[in-house]
Design a protein around this ligand. Sequence first.
Ligand code: NZQ
Ligand code: ZN
Length: 387
Amino acid sequence: MLNFELYNPTNLIFGKGQIEKIANLIPAKAKILIAYGGGSIFKNGIYDQVKAVLQDRTVVEFGGIEPNPHYETLMKAVAVIKEQNIDFILAVGGGSVIDGVKFMSAAAHFEGNPMDILQKRLLIKDLSKVVPFGTVLTIPATGSEMNSGAVVTIEATQEKLSFGGSALFPKFSVCDPTVIHSLPKRQLQNGVVDAYTHVLEQYLTYPHDGFLQDRIAESILQTLIEIGPKVVEHPTDYALASNFMWSCTMALNGLIQKGVPSDWATHMIGHELTALFGIDHARTLAIIGPHLYQVMFETKKGKLAQYGKRIFNLSGTDDEIAQEAIHKTVDFFHIMGMQTQLSEYTKDFEKTANFIANRFEERGWKALGEKQNITLEKVREIVTASY
Ligand code: NZQ
Ligand code: ZN
């Protein structure tokens, strides 16, 4: 097992009726900015719940954070934080709002050009230079409620860039599974596939001796396979909703990544497809993941075989099981309402593959994946294969 440090200071408050606890979690004298997205919280009652709890507090609001939050929008919020001397931010939303708040938190007291946080992928480690924040999660998917990473899109350059650092863990996150009642089917499907792929990014590498990490990862995959299709049909079933929400958090709160190799190239390529074509984050992963496993078959086949045996109960030679495991993954994505070919979104494949590879080259991303053997040529191959 590789050496590791496990640091996760987020106070996770899970369950029905927990939103009222934010009253005691936000410092009493704080001037609070409530940040939210396009307005779903007004329709499903979450806004009213939050406002009721904070009725005696000094509160300013910033709404309109779009899915795949834009730097340009977030800088408007940063201006509000400065003008109003905000000292606590409450994110009420999904990955986009929470990630947006992580950026605001880092940018508000940043000395220099805040765009560097994204373009130079600066590590935000100094707690004295960030605005503390908490979250009320409204959609299970990203794990952003319990990790210190974020992804922000620069509209002007059509770049979707990730950043983070140990100062960007939420102080607390309230995860009430009943919030999923109002989610459209499409978003429920996205959540399952995003979380599933988060596990695969950290699991589908090569055989290693992080036995416990593998078993935890496999249990999350099995849970998502079991509940995923059902929760889309029955989001009001509390057993399904709570297991869905907890699986998503566990998939990317840092635990299963400790002491083991990880990949993340599916996400890196997928982010480009969102930036270029506006495809939902999870849906880009459903396109790229299986094709990446195919192109990188020789590197991944040991772990693909383990995955095939333990998750899908497959038998045969390791090569046969590994191949079949990729097919089974695609089948699961189809059950979850995903399209798995890029041609279902755009026909311009050669241009897209070259554009993405050239971008990676400019950023110096020439060796991705757990073995650093996903070269620019391989990136082209993966994108082209996905047509
Ligand atoms: O904006 P509103 O009106 O709130 O509507 C949202 C949005 O349209 C809606 N929604 C959220 N909660 C709802 C609801 N609708 C009805 N009822 C509710 N309870 O759902 C839509 C999608 O929301 P969004 O926050 O964009 O979804 P998600 O949580 O999937 O976040 C996606 C973003 O997170 C990034 C992605 O790249 C993308 O930008 N990621 C962040 C990660 C992280 N920080 O660790 C890791 C992930 O891999 C991912 O990259
Ligand atoms: Zn993701």
